[in-house]
Design a binder for this molecule. Sequence first.
Ligand SMILES: Nc1ncnc2c1ncn2[C@@H]1O[C@H](COP(=O)(O)OP(=O)(O)OP(=O)(O)O)[C@@H](O)[C@H]1O
Length: 515
Amino acid sequence: MTASQEQGDRVLEARSLSKSFGPVRALHDVSLVVRPGAVHALVGENGAGKSTLAKLLAGIERPTAGSMTLAGRPFAPRDRAAAKRAGINMVPQQLSLVGELSLVENYLLVGPRRLADRRSARALLTETLERAGVAVELDTPTSALTQAHRQLGEIVVALAEGAHTLILDEPTASLGPLEVGGLFAHLRSLCALGTAIVLITHRLDEVRQVADDLTVLSHGENVHHGSAAGLEPSQIARLMVGELAAAPARADRTIGEVVLAAEGLVAASTRDSPLDGVDITVRSGEIVGIAGVAGSGQNLLLDVLGGFVQPSAGTVALAGTAAGASASASVFQRAGLAWIPEERSEAVVPTMTLAENLTVYSTAIGSSSRVGRPTASKVGARLQAFDVRPPRPDLLASGLSGGNQQKLLAARELGSAETPRAVLAYGPAQGLDLRAAQAIRERLAALAAEGAAVVVASHDLDEVLGVADRVLVMFAGRVVADLLIAQATTERIGRAMAGLTGTPPTADPEPEVQV
Ligand SMILES: Nc1ncnc2c1ncn2[C@@H]1O[C@H](COP(=O)(O)OP(=O)(O)OP(=O)(O)O)[C@@H](O)[C@H]1O
C-alpha cells in the first residue's frame, strides 16, 4: 500500500470555500474531495471559477471563507511554496519551463536548495522519469522539446519536487490527438502509483476518457460533485450551461476572388519550426483551417501572413497590397486585416480597461484603421454582443477570466461594423467554453459569408474542423496535407499532424492535395 493510500480515501478536502475579488464573487461555498490515485476533472464555463478554485488548492490565492484539510489535517498554505512543500503543485496552462534551460536546469531553479547540484538533480529526475514511465530528454534546452514533452517535463519536475497531488490547467490544449492519448496513459500510470490529479478542461470528451471524479462549477458554485462514471459530454454540458442550442448547419458560401496569396515562404523564428517553402491562397468567402501540433510552423506562418515577420524568401499579398515594407503589419491592418494571435498577452493589455482594449488599435495606428474608434455606448453593446462577463467598459482587463479576455479580443477584432477583408486567427476559441466557442465559430462563418477570407490556425484539431471549409496540415514547417473538410477525417489529419503522411515530407515535396 502506498503512503497516500494509507491516508484514506481523501488526500485533499475543501469545505465551503469562497473567494471574492473586491465586489466580484468568484467562488461561493464550494466543497470538494480529491482522492489519491484518481483523476478529478474540474469543468465549467468561462468565468465559472475553475482557476480560482485551483489557485486556492495550490496556495496561490487565499480563500475569503471556508477551509481545507490535507490528509485529515488543517491545510491553509500561506503561499504557493508552502503548498508545494505539502505536496500540492499546479502546472499552469502557459508552461513555466525556461526554454533556454534543460529540464535538469529548470529543476535546479525551482527545486529544494539541498539538491542544488546538477548530479543529484539529474539523478532525482531520472528516478522520477522511470517511476512515472516517461521518457523525456533531460539535457536538451526545453524549447527544443515537443510541446507534449514540455508538458510531461513540467509534470516530472513537479513530481520530483515531491507532488502527490497535481493540478493540471488544460494540459491538452496544445496537444494533437495522438499526444493526448499518450498524456492520458501517463496520467493513469501516475494514478496507479497513488498520485491524485485535478484536471481542468474544456474538452468534455476528456472527462469520459480519463476522469474518475467530476466537479462542475457554474457561476462560482458547485453544481455537481461526485463520480464521473456514466456521464456523457452532453449531460455535463447541460449541468454547466443548461441546454445548448444546436450548432447551425454549415452554410454554403460564395467563394470569390483571391484575397490572401503567399508563395514560397521561407522564414525562421525562435519559437516555431522554420517555414520551408509554404504556399497558401485564401479566397473571399472561404475559411481555411491550418492544423498541426504546436510548433509545426503554423504560428510563424500566421506571423508572416500578417506582416509581423518578414520572410527571407517568398511573397505575401493581402487584397492586392504586398508586404515588404517594414511597417507591413500596419499596412495590412489598414487594408482590412483582423488579427487574433495565439498569445493573448500580445493583443490584450491587462492594465487597460475593456474600453481601452477595444480602441487600442485605432489609437495606435490611426482612426482610419478598420477597427475604428467605437463610441462609449457602442463599447458596451459590443462587449455584450460577445458575451464578455462582466461587460463593464471601465473594468481593467486583468479582472477578466482567461476565457473572457479571449472574448474581449474577439470583440475587438471580429466585432467592428466594417467586415474585414481577411481574418488571421490562431486558436480564436482557445480557453472558451462550449457556448462561447460556438459563438466564435458562428461569427467567423458570418464574416466569411460577408466576403472575408478567413484563416483559422490551431493545434486544437476540433477547433479547426469545427469551422474550416478546407484544412491544411503543417508538419515541420511545411504543408503536408491539403484536404476539403469532407475528406478531413480525424484519423487522416491526426496522422499528418504526427508526420505520418504516406511518404515522409522530406522525400516528397508535393503535399497530399485532395481538393
Ligand atoms: N484577480 C482578479 N480580479 C478580479 N476578478 C477576478 C480575478 N480573478 C478572477 N476574477 C473573476 O472571478 C471569476 C472567476 O474567474 P476564473 O478565472 O476562476 O474563471 P474560470 O472558470 O477559470 O474561467 P476561464 O475558463 O475563462 O479561465 C470571473 O468573474 C473573473 O472575472
